[in-house]
Design a protein around this ligand. Structure first.
Ligand code: HEC
Ligand code: HEC
Length: 392
């Protein structure tokens, strides 16, 4: 396959296979995007923690593809170029009216409705990539925006991310319907033409005289220029992302748990990051250590005072992680229990009772059994793993 073949539809080749319309660059872009968007939508809708990284990788790949398409829109062959198909909203409406009245001409490249779809989809993908990065930074404290976006911003971006992803599903559905409709209307199998790049009509009389294409100038693809531009853009963006990802992230507790806390509290269960409960909860726990869930865990008063100070200074109110934000309200039924809070229960509604009671887990309060980064208070989806049951 060659990327520079620019025969017009009118100039169908000798074997009558129809003219080359979609260059290899466009076809690769199109089908890679179909694959990546499908994986992104499925992994996003399922929302399984195990698919979190898949979603991130696919989202990043979509960002790369969008950059590629934007560049190709100026360096690809005739029908890949934005100048050949982007038309005004009025022209698009006129086209739709003509379609309804049966007078719409056939277009060699994209018709105005298809062009509007491309612009809409590309815009939506840009919004998805950017809002996804804000969610990643604000809620999960990762990626290039972690030091800029707070949790509240991340939540707002999540709403937008979800809304726009539904819009994309809708646009894709419309695009598929539009393509099938247009294939019937013009007699050109548009799905196949996006595979082999050629357009030919089986409808009699469907020839060049009927086609109305604004792009009279034939343009050759410039793959070398495109590769150079894409490389420069990706390397610059990549450097920016790497640099930004290394900036200090506010709102995340990075210090290890102090020895005093670990030695006094780790005897019976996993220690919890102080960032996952409000100061009031910690205060009540320290005040009631002599009857701590039926156990006597009392401490020397000086030690207790020091622990109380540490916990108060590092309670959920002081941090901006997802856990710190979700566990700020103490439970009304069991004020000392983090696992009885509304926030905790919500986050674990998909986890069954038997997963918590496994011997390998040892109960709901042993966060570290399933969250390898629990002591840092991070609870990143990729660090969630419910251990296999152990034999007694
Ligand atoms: C003598 C053993 C023992 C020691 C020492 C101990 N705990 Fe506990 N802790 C328990 C028991 C038992 C429970 C209740 C477990 C259950 O019902 O699942 C509990 C529950 C908790 C919970 C509630 C967890 C939930 O369900 O949300 C917190 C928080 C907690 N402990 C904090 C501490 C802190 C802080 C210290 C150190 C000052 C500490 N514990 C020391 C035995 C202990
Ligand atoms: C039996 C294993 C298990 C234990 C024990 C456990 N969790 Fe989880 N936790 C999970 C699973 C699984 C998920 C993901 C649920 C989902 O989204 O489907 C999760 C999700 C979370 C999340 C949200 C992560 C995210 O970003 O989506 C937080 C925060 C969290 N847990 C905190 C805790 C805390 C705090 C404790 C201890 C008091 C705890 N968990 C104990 C299994 C466990």
């Amino acid at each position: 396959m060659d990327m520079t073949d620019n025969a017009t539809w009118a100039g169908a080749d000798e074997r009558g296979r129809g003219a080359k319309v979609w260059d290899l660059g466009i076809r690769l872009f199109h089908w890679s995007l179909v694959l990546l968007v499908s994986v992104a939508v499925v992994s996003g809708l399922l929302g399984w923690p195990s698919l979190f990284d898949v979603h991130l990788i696919v989202g990043t790949a979509i960002a790369v593809l969008v950059v590629y398409r934007l560049v190709w829109g100026f360096t690809g062959s005739t029908y890949a170029r934005f100048a050949s198909f982007i038309s005004s909203p009025l022209a698009t409406l006129r086209h739709l009216r003509e379609v309804v009245s049966g007078t719409a001409p056939t277009h060699t490249g994209h018709n105005p409705a298809g062009a509007a779809m491309i612009v809409g989809l590309l815009l939506a993908l840009v919004v998805l990539v950017v809002s996804g990065a804000v969610v990643l930074g604000g809620i999960f404290k990762e990626g290039p925006l972690a030091s800029f976006a707070g949790y509240a911003t991340g939540r707002a971006a999540k709403e937008m991310h979800e809304l726009v992803s539904y819009a994309v599903i809708g646009l894709v559905a419309l695009h598929v319907l539009g393509t099938l409709f247009e294939s019937r209307r013009t007699g050109v199998d548009l799905v196949r033409s996006m595979i082999h790049g050629r357009k030919s009509s089986h409808k009699a009389g469907q020839n060049a005289s009927q086609h109305d294409d604004t792009s009279s100038v034939e343009r050759g693809a410039r793959p070398l220029l495109a590769t150079g531009l894409i490389a420069v853009i990706l390397v610059s963006l990549g450097a920016l992302v790497v640099h930004a990802s290394r900036l200090p992230v506010p709102g995340v507790r990075n210090a290890p748990l102090p020895d005093l806390y670990v030695s006094e509290c780790k005897a019976c269960h996993a220690v919890h990051s102080p960032s996952i409960a409000p100061a009031a909860t910690w205060h009540a726990i320290i005040a009631g250590l002599d009857d701590h869930f039926g156990e006597n865990a009392s401490l020397d008063p000086a030690v207790a005072a020091e622990l109380a100070r540490y916990l108060r200074q590092n309670s959920a109110e002081h941090w901006d992680t997802k856990a710190a934000n979700r566990f700020t309200a103490a439970s009304e039924i069991a004020p000392l229990r983090i696992t009885a809070t509304e926030g905790w229960r919500r986050l674990h509604r998909t986890v069954s009772d038997s997963d918590f009671t496994r011997r390998s887990v040892g109960g709901r309060l042993n966060c570290t059994a399933c969250h390898s980064d629990a002591e840092q208070g991070r609870f990143a989806p990729r660090n969630i793993n419910i251990p296999e049951e152990t034999t007694p």
